[in-house]
Design a protein around this ligand. Structure first.
Ligand SMILES: [Zn+2]
Length: 78
C-alpha cells in the first residue's frame, strides 16, 4: 500500500487509492457532502501510507521495564 484511501465505515465503502492526502481529503469532503449532509459520519477515516503505531514499540518496552524496575525497587527498598 503506497497511497491514501478514504473509507466511510458507516456506508462500508473504501475509495480507490489516491497519491496525496489532499486528494483523499477531497474525496472525504465530497462524500460527506453527498451522503451525509456535510456532517462527519461515524468512523470515517483516511488510511495513510506507512502509518506507524504510536508510541513505537521500543519506547513502550523501555517505559514498561523502567516502571517495573521502579515498582520492584520501591517494594524491596524498605
Ligand atoms: Zn458514508
Amino acid at each position: 500500500m503506497s497511497g491514501y484511501r478514504y473509507r466511510c465505515n458507516k456506508c462500508g465503502i473504501t475509495w480507490d487509492e489516491v497519491s496525496t492526502q489532499y486528494q483523499a481529503e477531497a474525496e472525504r469532503a465530497r462524500h460527506r457532502h453527498e451522503a451525509h449532509d456535510d456532517g462527519p459520519p461515524d468512523g470515517d477515516t483516511i488510511h495513510t501510507p506507512n502509518a506507524r503505531p504510536w508510541p513505537p514499540t521500543g519506547a513502550l518496552i523501555t517505559v514498561l521495564v523502567l516502571v517495573t524496575l521502579f515498582i520492584w525497587g520501591s517494594r524491596h527498598g524498605r
